[in-house]
Design a binder for this molecule. Structure first.
Ligand code: URA
Length: 425
């Protein structure tokens, strides 16, 4: 077998065999195929696609490129949740304790920020003392004990994805449906949970810019899950504006606590509840109505918030020491009108510039900085009214850059729905 023939085949829009896909992944991870040949193949896939069978084979080959976590020693069904990445997306921090409070095991390996989107591990590490590097033993014991653990991924979990993602990031091949599906599902399958709920973000702050592509991605991931006997549900959600109001690590932890205490923004609260219902439904094999009742109960009685505090404490986090910057710059509107558009990706990027994200692996995050959105799409604003607050640290940003992220119209503008679809098959 020869990698040049395989690249040529995909360039000519031909189907790759199971053996060819496995050959490429194995030899790339073994460093026998260089980055430049892998880049050419990734570009051919990004341009010419892969069918369902090829994508399943790619996922399986990637899954077998490293270790797989075996969680079978923990009794009961283990659930995992994933998001394709958004701005202000702190749902894991809210969902994990809600679902764990109903008695379901939440076993979650999370990542750090990627590009303009934040990562759950960075958010959790903004809590002083919080330990994300758990040993396998600590991870499983904690799940058995309190039903929830969130840890940073181990080194040898899907090495093919680590290498391919880094390459895709710099070769314009991130936005490819088969490559995204294989990347996400290989990691989920390797992480050892039994069932998955995946939040597929759609909009100007997401990888999937339109609903049609998001549906294709969702159906593909549900199919891959089914082939591996792991039930998967995809919830398609709007990412045309940041989720909730906080963007930035410690600010997002604060907002998550607000949601768990019933005083958070509507959209993030609604999303967390919808995702939690799907997880509880899957975890307990019950109807949607029964799952809704369970979620309602743990939120209304404060059990979910208590579980959050217990979880943070067991991973050594000290919520009393959570700090946000005290240097706050107010961004004010220069006109009257209705917010018709928010450039979500740009806001995510500006938050990264403030120091909330990284440009190189070595960059150190400032957990105290971020942006709080005070006006969302569809809301009225008058001249000199506040649109956002910027929590500034060492790095300054231009106030006008943030102002330009908001488009203000003279006409009424309907807010868009948050939950766009739920795909189960
Ligand atoms: N998230 C992933 O884990 N992989 C992708 O390819 C895109 C989003």
């Amino acid at each position: 077998m020869n990698v040049v023939d395989i690249i040529n085949k995909k360039r000519k829009k031909q189907e790759l065999t199971t053996e060819e896909i496995s050959y490429v992944i194995k030899n790339y991870v073994d460093k026998k195929i260089p980055d430049y040949q892998m880049s050419a193949l990734l570009m051919a896939i990004a341009l010419n696609g892969m069918n369902e069978r090829e994508t399943v084979d790619l996922t399986t080959s990637m899954l077998h490129s490293g270790n797989q976590i075996d969680l079978r020693m923990i009794p009961g069904i283990k659930l995992d949740k994933h998001s394709t990445g958004g701005v202000g997306d702190k749902t894991t921090l809210i969902l994990a304790p809600i679902v764990a409070a109903t008695g379901i095991n939440v076993a979650k390996m999370s990542g750090r920020g990627l590009g303009f989107t934040g990562g759950t591990i960075d958010k959790l590490e903004s809590i002083p003392g919080f330990k994300t590097a758990l040993t396998f033993d600590q991870f499983t014991k904690q799940i058995s004990h309190i039903h929830v653990a969130v840890a940073s991924g181990t080194k040898n979990l899907v090495p093919a994805d680590k290498m391919m993602y880094a390459l895709r990031d710099v070769t314009g091949t991130v936005e490819s449906i088969p490559l995204i599906a294989a990347s996400i599902m290989s990691k989920k399958l390797a992480s050892g949970a039994d069932k998955f709920v995946i939040d597929v973000k759609v909009g100007n702050g997401a990888l999937m810019k339109n609903l049609e592509d998001a549906k294709k991605l969702a159906h593909l991931m549900v199919h891959i899950g089914r082939i591996h006997q792991k039930e998967t549900i995809c919830v398609l959600t709007n990412m045309n504006q940041p989720l909730g109001s906080a963007i930035g690590n410690a600010l997002e932890v604060q907002e998550s606590m607000d949601v768990l205490q019933g005083k958070g923004p509507m959209d993030i609260t609604q999303l967390a509840i919808v995702l939690a219902i799907q997880m509880v439904r899957l975890g307990k094999n019950i109807s949607e109505e029964e799952a809704t009742e369970e979620v309602r109960k743990v939120l209304m009685t404060g059990m979910a918030y208590e579980k959050f505090k217990e979880w943070i404490q067991i991973q050594h986090g000290d919520l009393g020491k959570l700090t946000v910057s005290s240097k706050i710059v107010s961004i004010k509107s220069k006109q009257n009108g209705v917010i018709s558009h928010i450039d979500t990706e740009r806001l995510g990027e500006l938050t990264r510039q403030l120091g909330a994200g990284r440009y190189t692996k070595e960059d150190v995050i400032d957990p105290t900085v971020g942006i709080k959105i005070e006006k969302k799409i569809g809301e009225f604003v008058i001249s000199d009214e506040e649109l956002a607050k910027v929590y500034v640290g060492e790095k300054d940003i231009n106030v006008n850059d943030i102002l330009e992220c908001f488009t203000i119209s003279e006409h009424f503008f309907d807010n868009e729905p948050l939950i766009l679809d739920i795909i189960k098959d």
